[in-house]
Design a protein around this ligand. Sequence first.
Ligand code: ADP
Length: 773
Amino acid sequence: MSKLIPETGYKATFNKISAAILLIDIDAPLYTILDVNDAYLIATNSTREALVGKSVFGAFPANPSDEEAENIRMTIFSFEEAIRTKMPHTMSDYRYDIPIRGTDEFEERYWTTSNTPVLDENENVSYLIHSPANVTELIKLREKEIASVEALKNHRQQLYSTFMQAPVGIAIFRGPEFVVDLINPTLCEIYGRTVEEMLAKPIFDVLVHIRGQGFDQLLEQVRLTGSPFKGQGYPASLLRDGKLETVYFDFVYEPYREIDGTISGVIAVATEVTEQVTAKQLVEEAEERARLAVDAVGLGTYDLNLETGEMITTKIFANIFGFDAPVPRADYVSVFHPDDIKLRNMAHAEAVVSGQLFYESRVIWPDKSVHWARVEGKVYYDAASKPMRILGTLLDITAQKQAKEEQQKLMALVADSEQLLRNITTAAPTGLWMSDEQGDITYVNQTWIDWTGLCYEENLANGWLNSIIPEDRKRAGEKFLEDLANKNLYEVEFRINHIDGTKHWCVATGRPQYRNNGTFSGYIGSCVDITEQKNLQQQKDDFIGIASHELKTPVTSIKAYTQVLERMLLKKGETKEAGMISRMDGQLNRLTSLIGDLLDVTKINSGKLQFNDRDFEFNDLVKELVEDLQRTTEKHKLIEKFFPTGVVFGDKERIGQVITNLITNAIKYSPHADKIIIHTGVKNNEVSLCIEDFGIGIEEDKLNKVFEQFYRVSGDMQHTFPGLGLGLYISSEIIKREGGRIWVTSKHGEGSTFCFALPLKTKTKALRSDYIG
Ligand code: ADP
């Protein structure tokens, strides 16, 4: 239900509304003001009394100072239109000044006014709602805007014509392509192009040939960093009139910023300074040449008057003679080396005849040092052929003389040392060789030649390989190429045929060589005859082999007898004796295992260690062995930390031997610890086992030695712990031949962890890596 607003209510609304309103009667030509609201009174500085009941034109007379004001006529026209059409009529942005009450003054005002007819029940116009909106501020603002746009236009025009006529080259390059947005004729002239050729094209598309002369980078730098660049006397090669010219510029690159501060291009201002630069260069060059000709060479000059003996010399001349400044001729003569005076006098006598003076002489400086000087000169004669003057130069040749002497000494020395080296290399009981970076042999010494009977040339490139016996040749050659590729130290053992028909073992080593600039240049190496050692080693191996073999049989039968004896004693109830026999049996077990180790080593060294590979459950094997070994120690608890391992293909007994060995060592070398942890698991297609002990540990520098044959950590420990130093050697050989790896980590005094890993392989894929060649 709509609310009825009482008459007085509309009146209130009328007065409160913010639009200025005047209600006007249609009693032309008076147009009496019927009512007015507060907003109107405020807008026109009026009071209600001053307006209501008055003709609108009487209340607001025209401003007499505003000649152009046609506002009264316009207002009447608008009233008439509204009455005639019975539709609102609007007058826009017209001036109608407001009298300042109490004065004769007017205030300038602009209005946009609507005259809206209000109709009675007969559709006749009853009165007009006259509602002016004060747009003075708006109009003023607009005027100001127009004025400033105009000013800007003028400014632009001015700038543009300055720009076009400027005697310096100016251009604006836009965007990453440096499109020529604006360019003046001066710059076009410098570039040797017309404005049309340049405009709206990427600069480096037009001036293709200056790309790569650095300007593109400079522009890019200014565009990206926003910091200006100033270049002075910058050279550029420009194609002008079809000719490539070197042109010099002074120029500035400034970033071109948009109103929002972003850089959209680069402003370039350039002047050509080619003439200035070249002129300067010419002067400098000429000066330089002159200076070079005399000074830089250190030439002293002189002018000797033969009539008076007077001599004019330069400072350099004096310096060469050891004086700070020119001195009289006699002083110069006084410092000649006594041994050279005669030579000098002869040269002067000769000069008078030949017209040319030339000699080299020593002079002695005040500090007694001896210097060499070369004197040259030309003799001038008078009409009667009488020598008058000598003009010439003086040069300090001390350094040259010394260099020459030095060189001679060096040559002698080199010759000597070459001979010495040759003697040494020939005398050495060692083969010596050199190769280039491709691995081609470039030198072998006489010893090698004497051994092999192949002449020097036959050994070059890869000829040396022919001396190696066929069985070892491939291995030696391949190892060399491999080490060469990696620039590694080369070391290999092989057998060579001597000219006398004997075979000899050699160990060849080669050190990679590098030039001064760090590039690889090849190898220098040696070949040492190790036949003797090899023979001794063989004898030792043979002996161990025979001895251990011979020991095995009696020990086996002793063991059998002790077992029988033990049983017999137990039967008789002689337990004490039986206990002694049992301990004897324990010692016999140790003896058997030592003999076993010795036999294994012999087999390994002769390449006869047999393997019997099959599938077996890895963890089961470890478990079995741990149980057995737990019985051998009361002190240590063997803790199993097993992860599933699955089936391994290998020699179960041999691998078991390795595990036993590692656990036995762990027990042996941790006498004060109470536990040993055995880890198993699978990682990266490998089964691994680690034995962790908390014993004496191994010093870091000994770590990688423990797997060597007969190696035992020496020192006080050696006698504390029995052993031959073979267990780890045998273990590592077994693991390597099963295709696996074995390693140790240890901390001295804290304990060691010995590990091995074997590839997870099935029977079908099984491949024994050919470890021992
Ligand atoms: P052996 O034990 O007979 O001396 P091995 O080849 O088994 O020979 O071991 C070589 C050497 O490595 C030993 O002499 C010992 O010094 C060191 N070693 C081996 N296992 C351990 C370990 N678990 N802790 C400390 N040192 C060890």
